[in-house]
Design a protein around this ligand. Sequence first.
Ligand SMILES: CC(C)(COP(=O)(O)OP(=O)(O)OC[C@H]1O[C@@H](n2cnc3c(N)ncnc32)[C@H](O)[C@@H]1OP(=O)(O)O)[C@@H](O)C(=O)NCCC(=O)NCCS
Length: 181
Amino acid sequence: MIIGSKVILRDKKLADARDDYTWQTDSELAQLDAAPLLVTSFPQYLSDYAGELCYSSSRRRRFAVDTLDGKHIGNCSYYGVDKTKGKAELGIMIGNRDYWDKGYGTDVVNTLVSYISRKTKLKRIYLKTLDSNSRAQECFKKCGFTPYRHLASDGFSFMFMEIHRKQWEQQRTETDNSNHT
Ligand SMILES: CC(C)(COP(=O)(O)OP(=O)(O)OC[C@H]1O[C@@H](n2cnc3c(N)ncnc32)[C@H](O)[C@@H]1OP(=O)(O)O)[C@@H](O)C(=O)NCCC(=O)NCCS
């Protein structure tokens, strides 16, 4: 369990399946994430979900996002871990709209980056978002990510953003210093 200022990141569990199914069958969320809309039935989804929970990989970690009082509001992950190049991709979704624009996404990203910094030797974290997703870009900028590439793929136009270890360590030092003044 990883505790941030507004959120707790924890391992996924079977009881998350209903929320995850609701979010993955939500057309607005699918559009914002440039993801295909899920069309599987819930029983089939649940059966696949149970199987996935048993599968672990050194190339990815997935977390559920809870509020500090235990409400499941989304998910986050890092994946595509490349130890040779020292990089991984970060993913986040706050599925519960009531929690958009209130700083939860920013706290999830900062908390996850801080965890990756402590638990791995990765040097660079990157992510991609649709060019049109201004909310996501603002959130990632607040966490220190900077744009470095645009890519058109499958009819979508993506912005890639990144942060390097040096930057996130500097940010942490600045936060620690301001907390002690
Ligand atoms: C994208 C997401 C992770 C951001 O999390 P969040 O908790 O909503 O973000 P935060 O509140 O931390 O930050 C969002 C910022 O964008 C700003 N914002 C919102 N809409 C905006 C817009 N249309 N244009 C510019 N800024 C906008 C907010 O005001 C806020 O900035 P502020 O704190 O300076 O006021 C979350 O909204 C989400 O998962 N959305 C649905 C799915 C999605 O977009 N998926 C793609 C992820 S790559």
